[in-house]
Design a protein around this ligand. Structure first.
Ligand code: LHQ
Length: 262
């Protein structure tokens, strides 16, 4: 595996670290394939029950590496749709479709596709000094990687348009206040807090979390009737898991549950 994405497993958590710190972890095709491989590896390891995505150095991710757009020279006309089709859309679909909770620890600036990939994760925790930038506006592009889907749903159309059309940096505290992300921590505490969050999720009823993720994501497109039907179907499945039985049993016995993840 390329060292553009570091991979480590501890306590049921696979930590994936974007690792091109000199370029603020901007995406190259190589980093895309390393990330895809790391996600596959985590998903196929039964010991892994949560994923933590973060960046090395002072940034989370500066989006597409603008010096490496499809192997073309900077400024040369490229079919950007191809890069989206081959690299970014599969990544967003993978993150949303994973049956594991994905925590994103935004350790610094998250710009362009980097910001929207963070938003595609399940729980986003950011360092106080982190910033979210819809940098597309500054280079004549459209927010991609799900940005036009996530932003209005998370912060409403007015703020989504302001962020997307102005491309100004949104600080972590403001992002929290607007409901864009789950939590903010002191910079020095981010790694520990994010690991604690992911470790907590890794000890939770994994199948129930996967079904919950599926239901909440489906709600973005379903009407109430369809959503009620979906909840019934997913609850039927959740009700058949070991972890549901264990949770109820532990409650009745007044002890802490031990979830297996199935
Ligand atoms: C970079 C980058 C970068 C290369 C920092 N590329 N080197 C999808 C499909 C296909 C094509 C197009 O795009 C997309 C989706 C997208 O993501 S489009 C958006 C692409 N990203 C951007 O436009 C953000 C560009 N970066 C910035 O605006 C700034 O670097 C930010 C605001 C992120 C950080 O600013 P500073 O903290 O002042 O850092 P810096 O600008 O000095 O960057 C440090 C180094 O990282 C520097 O390299 P150098 O060799 O001079 O030290 C930058 O050139 C490099 N870098 N982002 N995206």
């Amino acid at each position: 595996m390329s060292d553009t994405v570091l991979y480590a497993v501890d306590g049921g958590v696979a930590t994936l670290t974007l690792n091109r710190p000199d370029k603020l972890n901007a995406f190259t095709a190589e980093m895309h394939s390393a990330l895809a491989a790391a996600l596959d590896r985590a998903a196929s390891d039964s010991a892994v029950r949560a994923i933590l995505l973060t960046g090395a150095g002072r940034a989370f991710c500066a989006g597409q590496d603008l010096e490496d757009v499809g192997g073309l020279a900077p400024g040369e006309a490229a079919d950007l749709g191809q890069a989206i089709d081959r690299l970014y859309n599969p990544l967003v679909r993978r993150l949303r479709g994973l049956d594991l909770p994905v925590v994103c620890a935004v350790n610094g600036v998250a710009a362009g596709a980097g910001a929207n990939i963070a938003l595609a994760c399940d729980l986003v925790i950011a360092a106080r000094s982190a910033r979210f930038i819809q940098a597309f506006a500054k280079i004549g592009l459209v927010p991609d990687s799900g940005g036009t889907f996530f932003l209005p749903r998370l912060v409403g159309e007015a703020r989504a348009k302001g962020l997307a059309m102005l491309g100004d940096a949104l600080g972590a505290e403001q992002a929290l206040a607007w409901g864009l992300i789950w939590a903010v921590t002191d910079d020095e505490a981010l790694a520990q807090e994010a690991a604690a969050l992911a470790t907590r999720l890794a000890a939770a009823p994994t199948r129930g979390l996967a079904l919950t993720k599926q239901a909440i994501q489906a709600a973005a497109e379903n009407g109430l009737d369809a959503q009620l039907d979906l909840e019934r179907d997913l609850q039927r499945e959740a009700g058949r898991t070991h972890d549901h039985r264990e949770g109820v049993q532990a409650f009745l016995e007044k002890r802490k549950p031990v979830f297996r993840g199935n």
